[in-house]
Design a protein around this ligand. Structure first.
Ligand SMILES: Cc1cc2nc3c(=O)[nH]c(=O)nc-3n(C[C@H](O)[C@H](O)[C@H](O)COP(=O)(O)OP(=O)(O)OC[C@H]3O[C@@H](n4cnc5c(N)ncnc54)[C@H](O)[C@@H]3O)c2cc1C
Length: 394
């Protein structure tokens, strides 16, 4: 392989991490193409938090304003006992998020986050309907083979293809992700169905081995969202989610405060899905000479700190910095791994323990983190510059 800037970088997966990495690499002058199995963009998924460490990357890509226009900046992150509703810890957000952590905190639909990130890519960067089935070395290049029998060659391949990554499989063989023994019921519905129930912008209601998280999905506080986590012994299918049974959900959370029961009981039947929570152990595989992994392809974890997307964006930034600060992709990949391993292991561990913000907490190590400029000094710093998004996504 050439020891200079790679000619052709192929990113497999145009989800949250893939789109962010594509836009970042394009800003760095790289020749990037994304290959996505979906036939086109669709606003899929439920709610998601954009914590300040993630929003800092969005700002660098000039897609933060679009995300802010879709989403809600909660006034505070309120933590309560699930049974009595007693306040455990209230972290002021809103303007305070900017002042304390240097960027906003936003809640919104995953599809809106995806749309905002897509707007940062050069038009026609993505080849849709391309499901990767294999990678083969071909001299100095790598051949990507797709389910539609087509193939393409690239100098570098980056797997941003999520939990069941085929790129990871090509590197180390198939390993089934581990079912964590926990599931989450997720639902969204219009504010009108809540009636007169007063709700905080963002609340986590805690009990011993269950919790319920609720927030708004939009700027106008019209769409209400909840995720209700509970242990479950087995997950009977390969699918990540199934239709949720509202009666089953209500039965599980029956010991919760009346406000929580109200939120769950008012969810329309067809609005609830049940998600299996998968993970992999923290001995992350980051990649090697010509192939790297980011996001869930590298480090799927339980979503209890709401940091999965944030970690994918931080990965993308550090990989770009490593590429800019080293010679040859193998060295860049090693620098990327060295820089990410410790933080990811800690986030993975705290996510598994599900202790983050259960009581008085200083979250600066998570929310105040700046992937654009964090040490080591050997990696170049990326400067904030504003730029107009190049592609309006409907
Ligand atoms: C219940 C729940 C709640 C969560 N809440 C939050 C939150 O509040 N905040 C947060 O930061 N994170 C949250 N997360 C985690 C977050 O959604 C993920 O960590 C994040 O989407 C990972 O981004 P990614 O780019 O790695 O993967 P994805 O966004 O999943 O993208 C992977 C892409 O690869 C494509 N792909 C897969 N296989 C192939 C293939 N063979 N060929 C081509 N393309 C392929 C997929 O179609 C997809 O587009 C939550 C997760 C769950 C389960």
């Amino acid at each position: 392989m050439s020891q200079h800037i790679p000619e052709r970088i192929a990113i497999v997966g145009a989800g949250i991490g893939g789109c962010a990495l594509g836009a970042l690499l394009q800003r760095g002058g790289y020749n990037v193409r994304l290959f996505e199995q979906a036939p086109g963009f669709a606003r899929v998924g439920a709610g998601i938090h954009l914590s300040p460490n993630l929003m800092r990357v969005m700002r660098f890509l000039s897609v933060d304003i679009l995300a802010l226009s879709f989403g809600q900046e909660p006034a505070a992150f309120v933590n309560r006992r699930g049974d009595t509703g007693a306040l455990l810890y209230r972290l002021p957000l809103g303007n305070a998020a900017n002042e304390v952590f240097g960027a906003p905190f936003v809640t919104l639909k995953r599809g809106d986050l995806h749309a905002a990130l897509l707007s940062g890519l050069t038009p026609d960067s993505i080849a849709w309907g391309k499901r990767l089935v294999g990678l083969e070395p071909r001299g100095d290049a790598i051949e990507l083979r797709f389910a539609d029998q087509s193939s393409v060659r690239a100098d570098i391949v980056i797997g941003a293809d999520g939990l069941k990554s085929r790129v990871r499989e090509a590197l180390i063989g198939y390993e089934r992700p581990t079912f964590s023994g926990q599931v989450a019921f997720r639902g969204a519905y219009p504010k009108a169905l809540l009636g007169n129930l007063p709700v905080d912008d963002l609340t986590k209601w805690w009990c011993d081995d269950t919790f319920v998280l609720s927030y708004w999905l939009d700027n106008a506080r019209e769409q209400f969202y909840f995720a209700a986590m509970t242990p479950q012994l087995e997950w009977p299918t390969d699918a990540s989610s199934l239709p949720g049974d509202v009666h089953e959900m209500i039965g599980i959370f029956t010991g919760y405060h009346a406000d929580v029961r109200h939120m769950l009981e008012h969810a329309p039947r067809d609005s609830v899905t049940k998600w299996a929570l998968f993970e992999r152990p923290a001995n992350f595989i980051f990649g090697e000479d010509r192939v790297a992994l980011i996001g869930d392809a590298c480090h799927p974890m339980r979503p209890f700190m709401s940091q999965g997307a944030a970690m994918a964006l931080e990965d993308a930034v550090v990989l770009l910095r490593a590429l800019s600060g080293t010679t040859g992709f193998g060295a860049a990949c090693a620098a990327y791994a060295a820089h990410r391993r410790e933080r990811l292991a800690l986030i993975h561990q705290v996510s598994s323990a599900n202790t983050f913000m259960r009581g008085p907490t200083d979250p600066t190590w998570v929310f105040g983190y700046d992937a654009l400029s964090d040490r080591p000094d050997s990696l170049p710093i990326l400067q904030h510059v504003s730029r107009v998004p190049r592609w309006e996504v409907a």
